[in-house]
Design a binder for this molecule. Structure first.
Ligand code: NI
Length: 165
């Protein structure tokens, strides 16, 4: 299992670089990210969250947990509409908040073998992809909250860290 960084860890603010080499090490990283995500349990995990600063994310929004999707070097090429979903994040444990995002997105990415991948997503899948892509540019869902709310979240998590330390 990989260790998941938690807010306000400054490493979560790192901007990821594009993946250039699709080697064995990358395959191992992707498998470890899926295992870590399913065990958490969570529906999405960006490499940034496990302190690897490459443009890579894994997700599975299916109920049966049988639809793993790895997106490498993802780019949103079209977006439309808006939706509000109560989001959570493995890097911000125990915190949930409404975030407004595009309802539909079209993503161009690469799969784990480096082949081009075209994804049209709406609903929860669209939310999840946008949330995970934010991680790759050092952004967290709590950044969409008011500064006061974000400060409350930070204090709550620091208290929780002290309690478990
Ligand atoms: Ni997250």
């Amino acid at each position: 299992m990989l260790t998941i960084l938690e807010f306000p860890d400054p490493r979560l603010r790192t901007k990821a670089k594009p993946v250039a080499v699709f080697d064995k090490a990358l395959q191992g990283l992707i498998d470890a990210m899926f295992a870590t995500m399913y065990a958490a349990p969570g529906i999405g995990l960006a490499a940034t969250q496990v302190n690897v600063h490459q443009q890579l994310l894994v997700l599975d929004v299916s109920e049966e947990k049988n639809a793993p999707l790895a997106l490498i070097n993802p780019k949103i090429v079209a977006r439309d509409g808006s939706q509000v979903y109560q989001e959570g994040c493995l890097s911000v444990p125990g915190i949930f908040a409404d975030v407004e995002r595009a309802e539909r997105i079209v993503v161009e990415a690469q799969d784990r073998a480096g082949k081009p991948l075209h994804v049209e997503a709406d609903g929860l899948l669209a939310v999840c992809i946008q949330h995970e892509m934010d991680h790759l540019v050092g952004k967290l869902f709590v950044d969409y909250l008011s500064p006061l709310k974000r400060e409350l979240v930070r204090k709550k998590l620091e208290k929780a860290h002290k309690a478990t330390a």
